[in-house]
Design a protein around this ligand. Sequence first.
Ligand SMILES: Nc1ncnc2c1ncn2[C@@H]1O[C@H](COP(=O)(O)OP(=O)(O)OP(=O)(O)O)[C@@H](O)[C@H]1O
Ligand SMILES: N[C@@H](Cc1ccc(O)cc1)C(=O)O
Length: 510
Amino acid sequence: MAAVAATTVLCSSHQKSFFFSLSRSRRLLKQCNSTKNHVFFFVRCLHSAQQQQGSTSTIRPPETIGRLNVIDILEKRGLLESLTSDNLRSVSSFYNSDDNTNPLRVYCGFDPTAESLHLGNLLGIIVLSWFQRCGHKVVALIGGATARIGDPSGKSLERPDLDVNTLEKNTLGITSTISRIFTNNCNLSSTSTSASLLSSSFVVMNNYDWWKEIRLLDFLKQVGRYARIGTMIAKESVKKRLESEQGMSYTEFTYQLLQGYDFLYLFQNESVNVQIGGSDQWGNITAGTELIRKILQPEGDVAYGLTFPLLLKSDGTKFGKSEDGAIWLSPSMLSPYKFYQYFFSVPDADAIRFLTMLTFLDVKEIDELENQMKSPGYVPNIVQRKLAEEVTRFVHGEDGLNEALKATEALRPGAQTKLDWKAIECIAGDVPSCSFAYDQVLNLSLVDLSVSAGLFDSKSAARRLLKQGGLYLNNSRVDTESKRIEPEDIVDGIVLLSAGKKNKVIVRIA
Ligand SMILES: Nc1ncnc2c1ncn2[C@@H]1O[C@H](COP(=O)(O)OP(=O)(O)OP(=O)(O)O)[C@@H](O)[C@H]1O
Ligand SMILES: N[C@@H](Cc1ccc(O)cc1)C(=O)O
């Protein structure tokens, strides 16, 4: 009966929480076992209990056709590494309201250890999105509490301690990125599921909301008791660190238990029954399924873990945040233009792999693109263009993609595009800039302005290039040396100067 007390104490602070006693859970599970889809039934039981207790959360079935199994899809697209139980396949078919079942509730956690997520983290969002596209409900969990501890998984050194202000800033940044992507995703999914239903099937939570209420003594007594030291030490993340010179702090050692408890908490309070993560999360995810099994003692599988492989570059290193040139998902850390350009320039060998793992294009279409790539007369970068468009649209939305396309065109070497203020705004973050007063610039010769803006070392160098036809004002070639800046050359307070095909400077007029 200790477990009954444990779960009651630990969950009672959460306003939306509902708790049922271990004996009630067991009774429900027994009933469930007599039905074919016992997991769904169990979840339905949880929900009816939740509704009886006035919970606000509802399950609304999406209006969809087709019966895709999300696990099959992930497997086909190279997004499946391991499952805690093969039974997850049988309960993962496309959610359909006629089935008399409930959709799965799937969560993925993201510790706010940087101001933005990066390309490696996008895999978790994509896998969540596949579940969502197949009718299931998804939770993105921000690790406001766990980031204070630091996940040792895949790390050879203890993570630096983050102060509260940094954590809060990171949490805001990451939450906004995740919300933006899922909102874009809802707008894009008109083919199968209506936008309003999808938006109700996605929620962002923060584990600090429950961890801030938990008392150490309660936790040790009621959860720690069920965690076995032998099992904890055997986890890859711990084994590796124990062998290292620096060893491992007790704080980091407890990380797996914290993430394990999150799963238990979400299982009990939000009916979440699947946790996903990168392959390095296996130990933390199984810590959760183990706690659920030991504390709630259900019969059979009721909570599942799924891992996906880490996304690697062609040289075998993983996409992360520590190395130079991380591919950030936040537009303030990497503009949609640069994001687009990254994918536009990936080697052919990576393009198809990325299309399969990072986009929602039909595999048949990807196969066709691959055949095209191999056929004679293939125009280079067709596949990369498709990849860049798909991933940029998913991450930055239609507006972000348009911005990236405009900037690409405006900055294309030798582009003759007439610039409007929108195009200039799109490239503003990606081109060096300087500022001058309106009076300083008006009537100034183009040659003088180009030198003052730092485009040339001398007026003679500027004149030479102008004579050769390489000096551009707002992307239009200038061939008269006497050209002076007129009011109509100043587009919304900006003038774009280009020397040759690549060197550009934005002059801001204050
Ligand atoms: N390349 C990747 N592919 C898939 N998942 C990844 C990748 N990189 C990180 N993740 C997932 O995101 C989680 C958070 O990443 P984490 O902060 O541990 O490392 P990171 O961002 O890769 O940073 P670093 O570059 O410092 O190793 C990881 O546990 C992992 O599951
Ligand atoms: N450990 C995960 C984040 C995470 C945090 C809490 C969880 O419950 C789940 C996952 C990571 O490092 O990215």
